[in-house]
Design a protein around this ligand. Structure first.
Ligand code: GDP
Ligand code: MG
Length: 440
């Protein structure tokens, strides 16, 4: 492996620093990707500019180009912006009192469904949940919640004939306390568009029950529009958390980034289907990857970051050129490969590299064995494998829990490797070909 791999690393030498110029192409691509993902245009601009400022002058890793590294920086910032696990937890009080969750959002955004999904989730956590039907606008709304409540095994509170949702909510809270229910989830009505009546109504419900958590439910497919709506809800009612429904659609989820950067409230869950089980915690890593859609480049840079020590790479090149590459160097390389996880995966991501290394070369079992063998050798043996006579081979096999033929195979392979390296180090044509294959 190591000869070919080093060759790849060598030819991939990056330019030294990130500048506006050498990442221009990447910036354009990222902009397109974000707009494609339906991220709000202003959010895209602000986000990219901010990232550019932060990244300019940063040193580029040897194994990637500045554009690739910029993609990774964008990704990291996006993950950070989307939030951390801590603020994604529901703001609930302990089980000895009644916590209140208020659901709000436009009509059809998924409030009622999400209320039932949350009820199920909390019930599974051992909470005693009660749902409240405070959507009194749509005729079938109460029935819809009752059906869902039945499906998840959670009681649904409603008041026959009552037209005031705040009154229903208040009565529900009293009932919940009496029944020692520790979480109350209040479903409210939505409108097709924002209007004063809707906001008025929700404010009154809010004031009647003082929710611990006010969840704004937005359809992930509404993309840019979600921002305007969320801002309005934030100003008029106050949002403590966001649920993005319908993430199972083919949306890339740009709304998540827009919402987060404009409203600044944590996204706590995503809806991933119509069934009551279809509610997932919000994972910033996963969503950032989906929004940016450049997961391959991101993982490539991550791997390069975690492993490639520039100086080590240069030293290795020199050794190869001078043909002083020894078994200790080989061991070092095997160790750094290990950190990268599967070499296969890494090669997958480098254009043109795949065919250069055969399946057998990346056999992890073999890597493990080879490492054990080299570790059982003395430093003198590692630096000069020629002294490995039959007695030494037998001793090393025993010490490493392998067989003499395993040791023989490694030494033979290493000998061949050194020969190839020697040739490659001299061959300019080969190096040029490598570069071309990788489109550089
Ligand atoms: P509400 O008007 O805000 O209460 O919205 P509903 O809860 O009634 O949901 C509106 C429609 O969206 C219903 O047909 C739901 O089944 C559907 N829905 C809600 N959440 C999701 C989701 O996460 N994925 C999918 N595919 N459909 C959803
Ligand atoms: Mg509803």
């Amino acid at each position: 492996i190591s000869d070919k791999f080093s060759g790849i690393m060598r030819s991939l030498a990056g330019k030294s620093k990130i500048t506006e110029k050498n990442v221009q192409e990447a910036v354009e691509e990222i902009k397109m990707a974000l707009l494609d993902a339906d991220v709000n245009l202003r959010v895209v601009r602000r986000f990219i500019n901010g990232t550019m400022e932060e990244a300019t002058g940063e040193k580029v890793l040897k194994a990637v180009d500045p554009g690739q590294q910029f993609v990774k920086i964008v990704y990291d910032r996006m993950v950070a912006l989307l939030g951390d696990e801590e603020n994604q937890k529901l703001l609930l009080k302990g089980p000895d009192t009644t916590s209140v969750i208020l659901m709000m959002g436009l009509q059809g955004s998924g409030k009622t469904t999400t209320a039932a999904k949350l009820a199920l989730r909390l019930k599974k956590e051992g909470r005693r949940v009660m749902l409240v039907a405070a959507d009194l606008v749509r005729p079938a709304a109460i029935l819809q919640l009752q059906v869902l409540g039945e499906a998840v095994g959670v009681p649904v509170f409603s008041l026959e004939g009552e037209k005031n949702p705040a009154k229903v909510a208040k009565a529900a809270l009293a009932q919940a306390k009496k029944d020692q229910r520790d979480v109350l989830i209040v479903d409210t009505s939505g409108r097709m568009h924002l209007d004063e009546t809707l906001m008025d109504e929700i404010q009154k419900v809010r004031d009647a029950i003082s929710p611990d958590e006010t969840l704004f439910v937005a359809d992930a497919m509404t993309g840019q529009n979600a921002v305007t709506i969320a801002k309005e809800f934030e100003q008029k009612v106050g949002i403590s958390g966001v649920v993005l429904s319908k993430f199972d659609s083919d949306t890339r989820g740009g709304a998540a980034l827009s919402l987060r950067s404009v409203v600044g409230k944590p996204i706590k869950f995503i809806g991933v289907g119509e069934k009551v089980e279809d509610l997932d915690p919000f994972y910033p890593y996963r969503i950032a990857s989906r929004i940016l859609g450049m997961g391959d480049i991101v993982s490539l840079v991550e791997k390069a970051q975690s492993v490639v020590d520039e100086n080590a790479a240069i030293r290795m090149q020199e050794k190869m050129a001078k043909n002083t590459f020894d078994l200790q160097d080989y061991l070092d390389q095997l160790n750094s490969m290990d950190k990268m996880g599967s070499i296969d995966q890494l090669l997958e991501m480098i254009p043109g590299a795949k065919g250069q290394v055969s399946e057998d070369d990346v056999n992890t079992e073999e890597i493990r064995r080879e490492k054990a063998i080299i570790l059982s050798m003395t430093y003198a043996e590692r630096s000069n494998y020629h002294i490995m006579g039959p007695t030494r081979r037998k001793r090393v096999a025993k010490g490493s829990g392998t067989t003499v033929s395993d040791v023989n195979r490694l030494l033979k392979k290493f000998e061949k490797m050194r020969l190839t390296m020697k040739k490659l180090a001299k061959n300019k044509k080969y190096q040029a070909e490598m570069l071309k294959q990788m489109g550089m």
